[in-house]
Design a protein around this ligand. Structure first.
Ligand SMILES: [Zn+2]
Length: 321
């Protein structure tokens, strides 16, 4: 079976980067139980586990035949054909990067680094986190705005869900394709691989101690205002209206913050009481996440001096539990 080989076009170096999404089954509490790995502009992002589909997309292992790559799990261009490794292709990919080092995003960093020899890129402030999570010492580090290696993909610092969270921006089209097309900014498309900053439906966990709600909201506002055409989240389908999606997530957090403040004004004196009042729905199975979220809210309100300092002690007691 040859899949849709006829319809696929082999990218040439002058073609704009496209985004290939490969769904990876992982042990995650995210809806759907999968993490998205991406190939964009030669960068492999968030290889959560080694799978045949991702092997095919990257162009390594035995899975370079198109049939293996077809079907579910692969979106975007035909993932089986573009990067097949041969003697003239020293590296199937140009770099490996992660949006953050939570376990459901990093599982196969070491495997693909070994398979492709591609440099592994880490956030400049957190190289040790990547090393601890993957067993691989990063080859390069990046800060906000830096290019990933020699690629056209740029790092966008987006802390909040995790302190080391990065998104990856790439512009496609906009002329200069080598086909003699005129430059036309109107045709340029800007994509952002956004990790766990956003999801198409529901919300992402921003929980203490590593999650920071103030930073998370700032990151959402920044991406909302940056005029991206599409977001590619760490879990679930792409987001076609980034500004609306970011605003929805901001509104969701601010509504939750009002509930937390309301619970305190209503007499809640510990995290349990806030949890009970601020969440109406049944929390069985997710109570630890809800608790971490409430603590993150309380930490933000404390930092903004909007609740009494006595909450600092109460939160310190939480840490001892
Ligand atoms: Zn995460």
């Amino acid at each position: 079976m040859t899949g849709n080989r006829e319809g696929s076009t082999r990218p040439t170096p002058t073609e704009p980067p496209e985004v290939t999404r490969v769904e990876i089954p992982v042990d995650t509490r995210a809806p759907g139980g999968t993490t998205n790995a991406y190939l964009v502009g030669g960068v492999l992002v968030d290889p959560a586990a080694r799978t045949d589909a991702l092997d095919a997309a990257v162009g390594v292992g035995d899975a370079v035949s198109v049939g293996d790559a077809g079907g579910t799990g692969v979106e975007g261009r035909d993932a089986g054909t573009p990067h097949a490794v041969d003697a003239e292709t020293p590296h199937a990919i140009d770099a490996i990067a992660v949006t953050h080092v939570h376990p459901d995003h990093v599982g196969a960093v070491a495997a693909y680094a070994e398979l492709t020899d591609a440099p592994v890129v880490a956030h400049a402030d957190y190289p040790d986190r990547l090393a601890d999570a993957t067993g691989i010492e990063p080859d390069e580090t990046v800060r906000d705005g830096d290019r990933i290696g020699e690629t056209a993909v740029r790092a966008v610092e987006t802390p909040g869900h995790a302190a080391d969270h990065l998104a990856f921006a790439v512009a496609s089209g906009g002329g200069g394709t080598g086909d003699g097309e005129v430059d036309d900014d109107a045709t340029e498309r800007r994509d952002l691989i956004c990790g766990d900053l956003a999801v198409a439906e529901g919300s992402v966990v921003v929980g203490a101690p590593d999650g920071d709600l103030g930073e998370y909201l700032a990151s959402l506002r920044r991406v909302r205002d940056a005029d991206f055409d599409r977001l590619w989240p760490g879990h679930g389908p792409p987001i076609g209206d980034p500004a609306a999606a970011c605003q929805r997530l901001i509104d969701h957090r601010l509504a939750r913050e009002r509930s937390v403040l309301g619970a305190i004004e209503g007499g809640a004196r510990d995290v349990d009481a806030v949890l009970e009042t601020a969440y109406e729905k049944d929390l069985s199975g997710v109570e630890d996440l809800a608790r971490a979220t409430v603590v993150a809210h309380l930490e933000k309100l404390l930092a903004e001096r909007r609740i009494d300092e006595v909450w600092r002690e109460r939160l310190d007691r939480e840490d001892d539990c």
